[in-house]
Unconditional design. Structure first.
Ligand SMILES: Cc1cc2nc3c(=O)[nH]c(=O)nc-3n(C[C@H](O)[C@H](O)[C@H](O)COP(=O)(O)OP(=O)(O)OC[C@H]3O[C@@H](n4cnc5c(N)ncnc54)[C@H](O)[C@@H]3O)c2cc1C
Ligand SMILES: Cc1cc2nc3c(=O)[nH]c(=O)nc-3n(C[C@H](O)[C@H](O)[C@H](O)COP(=O)(O)O)c2cc1C
Length: 763
């Protein structure tokens, strides 16, 4: 087979090697515009796992790479005069030029023709080759030539970076340096790649870059400015640029590339040409070389190119998507880094280490138990003012707000049970809430409990508008207080335009088959075409509903609740005022955000006045309508949270969505946590995170990284009322309190957990 590898980077060269190894009769040429020793970039990082894969494919190349590796174990973070160091991370680095020379030598030895200083200019010259591989990097000409087929999606990321080198030693740790300059924060990613040279990538936001005037500097001036910024880290060494071949400025924006298709007839994309992964997770070379193995393998094993390409793409696309997802988390962390620079160095370090969400709390414990123990002690000491005798996971650290202390940071999220009769919670509710309180969570929230009959979502919703309701709730709260350490939180709400609908397990949000009641809303906007058009609230309605909230808040206090939450999320009445999707008013309660917030704030202030000063209050919001700029965005949510905080909320419970049938949410693990993170760190407020958080590891990572103060779990508590007690057993933590009648069960669970390594280690 005649094979043309267009581009002589790691992808093209390694494919040529891998194909020759499988079939020495292939006639392969690698075409490259540069000379053999003339390359951009300095060093690249590869993991041991990748090296093992290379070993299986071609032991000789892997051995040569290993010989040139620089190994290091630590990550060091330089920040506000402190250097924090954690261990056990296991990296190895190699100079890009050295890597390419190894691959070039090996390819030549196997009989591959290397054609240097040859420009690839489209595909015309390569038409009659049997297989044409577009391995010409992130700005691939091959991809451009067939763009209508490959349909590349190119996401230009926000930060500016410049890839430099230095002879200053960074041989003891992968090093991050954060420097505050008069023009904003500038940071560097530095790592050794041979005995006397290190990579030094400098990065900053576009605003900082402009304020520095980097847009007007030539490459030498930019390098000199970077030297001045990082002088104290460079120990008198220079920064070295080697990207003069790039036209104009040596600063770049990272392009995230993903193509809808990777092949067309006999042309296939490989490496950065097909998909890129941001350098902050150091996996681009790994992706390129592992994809080269897969492509060579399938071309060899499959009967024709079409099926080879299909199998190659099926297998590698999944890997690419996983890495791009981790890379997106990581790149967003750096893009938002100024949000985190108020954090204590310990927390900043933790947040940096876990930024891609590939490294979890327990992974960090495995890597460096001492460092993690120190970080956990810091967390507890900051929260409680006492240095603990022994560190414990953040989820088990008490949380204090006003006069209330929660025993831990796990919250049973509000969940409508649709089991009430005329608003009265019955035996179902008693058993349901009692079980969750026995299960160890620090705070058990009730379902949305409605302030009027009309304000119910469905006929099965609980209420707090009659003495029977108050008595029934009191019975539940008294049990919780008498038998468990949990605190009881009441969520008050009014359904507004989403009222008079069916039970959760029927057609959710759809109108009742019969017996519908009138619904009210800020505007005559129905939830969906099949829901009723609500009656527009008059000022008198607003007074009535506000007074109903006040009356319910008084009842909640008398019933003994410790915590009150105002439900301003999910498209119900108060949420419907906040989001412009459902609020079309032209009076003082519609239009600007300030106007749309006026009524929800009025309700909040009114209930704060009657709710005891020693008891906390939270507000649940939808931080994203998921409908683009038309609706609430996470940036609006920071402003909304700030207004609620000024209005008396101690904490913002950060949910999202359910405000429009046109919403297009992006689901995933912990998918709403970024909104909590933003509100907490940009707005400097206390928050609860919620949404697809189900592992103790998720909870600990969120808390320790400062992304929330409390963590709400809903569905996990439906599946397992004892989620917190079970999490403690899995983590080997003995400090949680089990109900006395269940102590024998506790002891057995602990014994089993301590004997079964995988049970404790798996989290
Ligand atoms: C700042 C930075 C740091 C990085 N750090 C790491 C890291 O630590 N670890 C890691 O794994 N990855 C890292 N990467 C990513 C890594 O460099 C790429 O993912 C990897 O090089 C992809 O290999 P490739 O062969 O697909 O593309 P490239 O390495 O870009 O190779 C493409 C080749 O094609 C040639 N070419 C392009 N156009 C033409 C043309 N028209 N005519 C002739 N020749 C052409 C180029 O000269 C080049 O040699 C980093 C990337 C950047 C930007
Ligand atoms: C059955 C059920 C009922 C719910 N009822 C409410 C509710 O009454 N009030 C509320 O704010 N959220 C309610 N939610 C949303 C949850 O509190 C939570 O935000 C959501 O389920 C995401 O968390 P999870 O991924 O842990 O389930 C409900 C969720 C479920 C599954």
């Amino acid at each position: 087979m005649r094979v043309a590898c267009l581009g002589g980077g790691p992808a093209g060269l390694y494919l040529a090697i891998s194909m020759k190894l499988r079939q020495p009769t292939h006639d392969i040429v690698v075409v490259e515009r540069n000379r053999p020793h003339d390359t951009f970039g300095w060093g690249v990082v590869l993991s041991n796992e990748t090296l093992d894969r290379l070993d299986d494919n071609d032991a000789e190349t892997a051995a040569a790479i290993r010989q040139s590796f620089v190994y290091w174990d630590d990550i060091a973070v330089h920040y506000r005069g402190e250097v924090m160091r954690s261990s056990g991370h296991g990296f190895s680095g190699i100079g890009r030029r050295r890597l390419l020379n190894i691959l070039q030598d090996r390819a030549q030895a196997l009989g591959v023709e290397l054609r240097f200083q040859t420009e690839i200019d489209g595909l015309a010259a390569w038409r009659d080759w049997d297989l044409v591989v577009g391995a010409d990097g992130a700005n691939s000409r091959v991809r451009t030539a067939l763009a209508p087929v490959f349909k590349p999606d190119i996401d230009v990321r926000a930060c500016k970076y410049i890839w430099l080198g230095t002879q200053q030693k960074f041989d003891d740790a992968f090093t991050f340096v954060f420097e505050e300059t008069p023009h904003g924060w500038v940071w560097a990613h530095a790592y050794q790649f041979d005995t006397d040279t290190a990579t030094f990538i400098v990065e900053c936001s576009e605003e900082t870059w402009r304020r520095w005037g980097f847009d007007r500097m030539n490459a030498d001036e930019a390098v000199a400015a970077c030297e001045a910024i990082f002088a104290k880290n460079l120990g008198g060494h220079r920064l070295l640029g080697n990207s003069r071949h790039l036209r104009g400025s040596a600063w770049l924006n990272f392009n995230r590339v993903l193509c809808e298709r990777w092949s067309h007839q006999n042309v296939v994309l490989l490496g950065d040409a097909a998909a890129t992964a941001h350098f902050s997770i150091g996996s681009g070379t790994k992706l390129a070389m592992e994809s080269a193995i897969a492509l060579a393998q399938y071309v060899d094993s499959e009967p024709d190119l079409e099926s080879a390409f299909r199998r190659y793409e099926d297998e590698r696309r999944l890997e690419v998507l996983k890495l791009q997802s981790a890379a997106r988390n990581s790149v967003e962390w750096f893009e938002d880094v100024e949000r985190y620079l108020h954090l204590d160095p310990v927390q900043l370090n933790y947040s940096l280490l876990t930024r891609s969400q590939r490294i979890s709390h327990e992974n960090l414990r495995q890597r460096d138990p001492q460092w993690l123990g120190g970080a956990e002690s810091w967390f507890e000491c900051t929260a409680t003012g006492h240095k603990p005798a022994a560190p414990r996971a953040p989820m088990f650290v008490p949380f204090r707000v006003r006069d209330l202390e929660l025993a831990n940071r796990v919250v049973v999220s509000p969940m409508d049970q649709y089991r009430a009769v005329d608003g009265t919670p019955g035996d179902w509710h008693f058993v349901h809430y009692a079980e969750r309180a026995k299960g160890g969570a620090g705070l058990v929230m009730t379902e949305m409990t409605c302030v009027t009959p009309q304000g119910r979502i469905s006929p099965g919703c609980t209420g707090l508008y009659s003495p029977e309701h108050e008595d029934a709730w009191r019975r539940i709260v008294e049990f919780i207080h008498a038998e468990t350490l949990a605190k009881a939180g009441m969520q008050l709400g009014h359904s507004g335009p989403k009222g008079s609908t069916q039970l959760g397990w029927e057609r959710i949000d759809a109108p009742l088959e019969s017996g519908n009641w009138e619904v009210i809303a800020p505007s005559a906007v129905s939830w969906s075409p099949s829901n009723q058009v609500p009656r527009v609230m008059t000022r008198a309605d607003m007074d009535d509903v506000r007074d109903a909230f006040v009356s319910s808040a008084k009842m909640a206090d008398r019933a003994g609740f410790d915590w009150l939450e105002l439900h301003c999320a999910h498209g119900y009445l108060l949420s419907a005022f906040i989001t412009p999707i459902s609020n079309r008013r032209t009076d003082d309660y519609g239009g600007s955000l300030e106007n749309r917030m006026r009524y929800p704030l009025e309700v909040l202030r009114a209930i704060r006045q009657v709710w005891p000063a020693g008891k906390p209050m939270s507000v649940r919001i939808s931080a994203h309508d998921w409908v683009g700029e038309e609706g609430i965005t996470p940036s609006d949510a920071v402003a909304i949270a700030g207004l609620f905080s000024e209005g008396g909320a101690d904490l913002i419970d950060v949910s999202a969505g359910q405000t429009s049938i046109d919403a297009r949410p992006v689901y995933g693990r912990m998918f709403q946590t970024p909104f909590s993170d933003r509100i907490r760190n940009e707005g400097r407020l206390k928050t609860m995170a919620v949404g697809n958080i189900y592992e103790p590891d998720h909870v600990n990572s969120i808390l320790m990284a400062g992304r929330a103060d409390l963590v709400c779990l809903a569905r996990p508590h439906l599946a397992d009322p004892y989620w917190t007690l079970h999490a403690a057993a899995r983590l080997g933590y003995d400090g949680v309190t089990w109900p006395k009648p269940y102590l024998a069960g506790r002891d057995q669970l602990r014994r089993l957990a301590s004997r079964n390594e995988s049970m404790t280690g798996k989290v």
